[in-house]
Design a protein around this ligand. Structure first.
Ligand SMILES: *Cc1c(COP(=O)(O)O)cnc(C)c1O
Length: 247
């Protein structure tokens, strides 16, 4: 697609997403400026990130290290500054790569991963790395996420205990604990999921008052997330279009 046509398409979908966020804020009695947009650009090219940045998007999300590293390099090479959020499941051996380009890692869900990021950030960064802890709302860490022991049975593996992960991040010299991220579990009403998440976020803030970020809500459920206090929504499909399902 020629650049101008793609730009027009992205401008239209971006306006629609901003409108949805603003309407959701109004419905929730919240300030429309209180929810930030993270454009999830996975599977889409660096050119789309550059176009989105030209339209005012400041934050982009990616979920695979190899793809993200290449895209971040291409966008930086084009002289375009954006903040990169890593939102995917992350192996410890990728920590060294991710800390070089990511501004925020939203998917920290184990003590081990927090420690690996701390060590890597100490070696490869000049500035602290912002961290969100990914929460498994249904208590099943299989698809990623730490478990809030105050919300149900404690995790079978203490590595994924939200309190322990939070303590590890908070004590790490090179990491800054900013808040939580979650995806509504399959088969759950989004409202029920985000209500539970809000309770977990309040418990975290009781011990870590600076952990005020709540990254929740995607193309299909941003309204419910905003209703329950999301400060960031992560939008892919509604902005960029359907992704190739085979990927
Ligand atoms: C892909 C992805 C999104 C965006 O999902 P859409 O439904 O396309 O808006 C948000 N968060 C995470 C963690 C993702 O992997």
């Amino acid at each position: 697609m020629p650049d101008q046509a793609r730009r027009d398409q992205l401008a239209a979908s971006l306006a629609e997403v901003h409108q949805r966020i603003a309407r959701a804020c109004t419905a929730a009695g919240r300030d429309p400026g209180s929810v930030a947009l993270v454009a999830v650009t996975k599977t889409y090219p660096a050119e789309d990130v550059v176009l989105l940045a030209g339209l005012g998007v400041t934050d982009v999300g990616e979920n695979k290290d190899q793809e993200a590293a290449a895209k971040a390099a291409a966008v930086a090479g084009a002289g375009v500054p954006v903040r990169w959020h890593f939102v995917g499941q992350l192996q410890r051996n990728k920590a060294r790569s991710v800390v070089r380009y990511a501004d925020v890692v939203e998917s920290v869900d184990s003590v081990r991963l927090a420690s690996a990021l701390d060590a890597a950030a100490g070696r490869h960064r000049d500035t602290p790395l912002d961290v969100l802890i990914q929460v498994s709302i249904d208590g099943d860490p299989a698809r990623g996420g730490a478990v809030d022991p105050a919300a149900g049975p404690p995790p079978s593996d203490p590595e994924h205990d939200l309190r322990r992960v939070a303590e590890t991040v908070a004590a790490a010299g090179t990491l800054r604990l900013r808040g939580l991220m979650a995806v509504a579990p399959r088969g759950w009403e989004p409202a029920r999921a985000f209500e539970a998440l809000a309770a977990t976020a309040a418990r975290l803030r009781a011990g870590h008052p600076d952990a005020t970020v709540l990254s929740a809500g995607m193309s299909g459920d941003l309204e419910e997330a905003v209703r329950y206090g999301a400060t960031h929504v992560r939008i892919g499909t509604s902005l960029l279009g359907m992704r190739n399902p085979l990927r």
